[in-house]
Design a protein around this ligand. Structure first.
Ligand SMILES: *Cc1c(COP(=O)(O)O)cnc(C)c1O
Length: 432
């Protein structure tokens, strides 16, 4: 196609020739990395199709049930697909699981009893889990039910503190929770291989301890999932990677049959478990989203790498940096001032297909100790597999960027953010 047409459409979308040209100079350096990502997506695409075929997904599976949802063949088949795909005995994949935190809480409450202890050997878990566990006092936490918590931080160089982990496992230790993604921290994200290593070590000390992995943001980034490296349970949200941008709600728990059943008795009711839970009309989006998920995850990953390179070359601190291996889809960029963080988010918002005319502003979000700004013009509210950015308005003024259902959208969002920074005089045009 004509290069001028391309420059023109970017210009029409508010991205100057200079910013576009800068973006293209970055694109040239990324060919090999993108090829590698495409290969992982290709492998995972076939893995998903194979799991669907093995479980004889049929047109009837795409329909839903109402009421109690007894004999929901679509729901039961989808759960079998997830189990096959992740190499597990069983899975719970439900629209009644409202979000990732709920999925994790369900897995924990279902499998822990008073007197048990949870160990996190990889440092502090995701913010919302602090209230589930009771690290921060909250009503209804596991702590209130007599479940204690023990944490071993990573060593300063990011390694596991094996010695301290060993000392922290005792007769009460029932479950070990391992968060794959760094989330919004600055530790490295764990590869499936490293998670496997950690689980083998833990099992060598106490064989019957339940190893649960918070798999949020990690699905399909590699060709293996933690359940294929020894995890007893993996847990995630369907409005992140495995929903492929189409699932309008939901979460999953996959793993050993006994643990999935325990979680199901918590999700619905003792005695009822997996037998109830109508899928209503969402199953076709669960199936189709899962089908698209490897490709969507690849797009988000490419967007994260593109953002990393664009901002690193301009002198900003980025994490992961442009050369690091990636095991999740989150990119952080430290912009150094509140104005720059706000401009970045406005750029992302204005590049969105939905709510592009809305201007995000920092606000006092419940549960945070500073104002937070969030940018997302989403089809599914709050979906962070869609292009989105958020940042607490506090030192060192770091923005977290993730998602992008298609790479061209992620790319244009990153360029628009840069355009916004340039237009406001926060980045000098001469750097391009
Ligand atoms: C998103 C996320 C969660 C929580 O998911 P919600 O859907 O926001 O409740 C938990 N852990 C990690 C690592 C996450 O990224």
């Amino acid at each position: 196609m004509n290069q001028n047409d391309m420059k023109q459409i970017y210009k029409d979308c508010g991205i100057s020739r200079e910013v576009y040209a800068y973006g293209e100079s970055i694109m040239h350096t990324l060919r090999n990395r993108f090829e590698e990502i495409d290969k992982v997506a290709e492998y995972n695409q076939l893995k998903v199709i194979k799991a669907m075929q093995a479980n004889r997904v049929s047109e009837a599976c795409l329909l839903g049930t109402t009421g109690y949802g007894y004999n929901d063949i679509g729901r039961d088949t989808l759960e079998a697909v997830y189990a096959t795909l992740f190499g597990c005995e069983d899975a719970l994949v439900r629209p009644q699981i409202t979000c990732g935190t709920h999925a994790l809480a369900t897995a924990l409450f279902g499998n822990l009893r008073p007197g048990d202890e949870i160990l996190s050997p990889v440092g502090k878990p995701y913010d919302t889990l602090e209230e589930v566990i009771g690290i921060r006092d909250s009503r209804g936490s596991l702590k209130e039910y007599g479940v204690s918590y023990c944490q071993v931080d990573l060593l300063p160089n990011g390694d596991f503190n094996f010695e301290k982990i060993k000392k922290s496992i005792h007769e009460k230790t029932k479950l070990v929770t391992i968060q794959r993604s760094k989330g919004y921290q600055t530790r490295p994200t764990l590869s499936v291989e490293r998670i496997g290593e950690l689980i083998s070590f833990i099992k060598s000390i106490k064989e019957d301890v339940i190893c649960m992995v918070d798999n949020c943001y990690g699905e399909f980034v590699q060709t293996m999932e933690p359940s294929q490296a020894g995890a007893d349970m993996i847990v995630g949200s369907l409005i992140k990677n495995p929903g492929g941008g189409l699932a309008p709600i939901g979460g999953y728990i996959a793993g050993k049959k006994e643990y999935i059943e325990n979680a199901s008795f918590r999700l619905t009711s003792p005695g009822l478990g997996k037998e109830v839970g109508a899928s209503l009309g969402v199953l076709s989006s669960f199936y189709q989203g899962l089908f698209l998920a490897p490709q969507v995850t690849a797009s988000a990953l490419k967007g994260a790498i593109f953002a990393s390179c664009v901002y690193e070359k301009l002198g900003f601190q980025v994490f992961p940096d442009s050369n690091q291996e990636r095991y999740d889809i989150i990119q952080s960029v430290t912009l150094g001032s509140p104005e720059a963080v706000i401009a970045f988010c406005k750029g992302i918002q204005s590049s969105s297909p939905v709510d592009s005319f809305v201007s995000p502003e920092p606000w006092d979000m419940p549960g945070y100790d500073s104002k937070v700004i969030m940018a997302a013009g989403n089809f599914i509210s709050g979906s962070s597999i869609e292009l989105s950015a958020d940042a607490p308005i506090k030192e060192p003024y770091t923005v977290f960027f993730q998602g992008g259902l298609t790479f061209p959208h992620a790319k244009s969002g990153v360029l628009k953010s840069l355009q916004m920074l340039i237009d406001q005089g926060l980045v000098s045009k001469s750097l391009l």
